[in-house]
Design a protein around this ligand. Structure first.
Ligand code: ZN
Ligand code: ZN
Length: 416
């Protein structure tokens, strides 16, 4: 048997998104509707009722883990997702290029995203990675860029701590913050980690501000990428791999580093679909093709699409609706054609609600669909928030992957 889990980030919405309908309800989705009429739907609270999920904690929960037990922070997933081999004891950060100018109390942040830099990141990262932190600290580090200004930072050495604050002030014309031990964690290792980070970002300006890439950016009128902002400190979460729990082997197909990283932490392999960007411009047909190829070799695939959430964060109902229609036509359509429906179960859902006017994640439950030979049918015929209220799955919390695997008889028995 095979299993395919598809998560469209921030899929669900509110009725005010498009004149009384959510984007999902407003979108033309004949393929999802067809699968709905063949399967069973319901509503899932990604973590629990009334809990506003982050994408990372929501995914852990949907994959069957308790985020309150295993979640250590976002940085480690970003680091894994960019391909860094994170080891126990390492502390990782979500990090990005920014534009700063020296001020009297420190560096003033002029652009938190360095003009969404689109080229030259590898050269800048190379220069950064040549920095040597003082011998006395005995700490090594690596910065690895992912998309645009984004990247991840990994610190390695004895006695590091994830209990350090960030340097991102989260607004422009503000002074970059000092790294400090998190309140209640003012111990030697947190102080040492904060000191190493402070030294690193100070050096980052020295090696970046006059780098040829930035000289050219300044000439072009672009913001130079002359500083590093780091947040989301995390070490490797301790969790049992999916293979250890269920005895099956699978892979992740995702353009976004965060989602690849979460899946890698759970023991999935990483498969790259050509043209998968983690944005609205992603190549959905390529992801469908890659998923079908991967399913021939492995037991299951987790496929993630991000554009739905990006459009909603930008308050763009039109773009979100259009992207959902693309998911239906370019991803679900080809999968429906070529999946071996005699021996495959599919689940489709989102990781949280992202309403258009709010532009951020909210706690409402998300429609979820299961389809395949062992799935009982219910009477729902279209895939959307309202229709899912009538679905046979009713309303439940998290654990979509274990529910999907159950149809393949992969789950361990609790008790005898
Ligand atoms: Zn999300
Ligand atoms: Zn989001």
């Amino acid at each position: 048997m095979k299993a395919l889990l598809i998560i469209a980030d921030g899929l669900a919405g509110r009725p005010r998104d498009v004149n009384g309908k959510t984007c999902l309800e407003a979108a033309w989705t004949p393929n999802l509707d067809e699968l709905t009429s063949r399967g069973m739907t319901g509503l899932v609270d990604p973590i629990g009722p009334g809990i506003r999920p982050g994408s990372d904690t929501a995914h852990l929960s949907l994959l069957g883990y308790d985020p309150y037990t295993v979640y250590t922070g976002r940085g480690v997933f970003e680091a894994l997702g960019t391909g860094m081999a994170v080891q126990p004891g390492d502390v990782c950060f979500r990090a990005n290029f920014a534009t700063v100018t020296p001020g009297k109390d420190g560096f003033i942040v002029k652009d938190r995203r360095a003009g969404r830099i689109a080229s030259g990141q590898a050269q800048l990262a190379k220069a950064l990675n040549e920095i040597h932190l003082g011998e006395k600290l005995g700490i090594e580090f690596e910065f690895r860029p992912s998309t645009q200004h984004r990247g991840a930072l990994l610190l390695r050495g004895e006695g590091l701590s994830r209990y350090v604050t960030e340097n991102d002030p989260h607004k422009v014309d503000a002074t970059a913050l000092d790294f400090q031990p998190v309140e209640g964690h003012n111990d030697e290792s947190s102080r040492r980690t904060a000191a190493a980070l402070s030294e690193l970002v100070r050096y980052s300006y020295e090696v970046l501000y006059d780098h040829p890439v930035n000289r050219q950016r300044t000439l072009n009128g672009d913001h130079p990428a002359n500083y590093i902002l780091a947040r989301g400190a995390a070490d490797l979460p301790r969790l049992d791999s999916i293979e250890a729990i269920y005895g099956v082997c699978g892979a992740v197909i995702a353009g976004g580093a965060l989602y690849r990283g979460i899946a890698l932490a759970c023991g999935m392999k990483r498969i790259d679909a050509p043209g998968a960007t983690g944005g609205l411009d992603t190549n959905l047909a390529s992801k469908a093709k890659t998923a079908l190829e991967t399913l021939r070799r492995l037991d299951y695939v987790f496929l993630h699409v991000k554009g739905t959430d990006n459009a909603a964060h930008d308050h763009d109902a039109k773009a979100k609706t259009a992207f959902i229609e693309r998911i239906d036509a370019e991803l679900i359509g080809p999968l429906m054609e070529d999946i071996d429906w005699e021996r495959t179960h599919l689940a489709f859902t989102g990781d949280h609600t992202t309403p258009i006017d709010c532009g951020d994640h909210t706690a409402e439950p998300v429609p979820v669909l299961f389809v395949g030979p062992n799935v009982r049918q219910d009477s729902t015929i279209t895939f959307g928030e309202r229709e899912a209220c009538r679905g046979g799955l009713c309303r439940f919390s998290g654990r979509v992957l274990p529910m999907l695997f159950n149809y393949n008889n992969w789950n361990p028995k609790f008790g005898s």
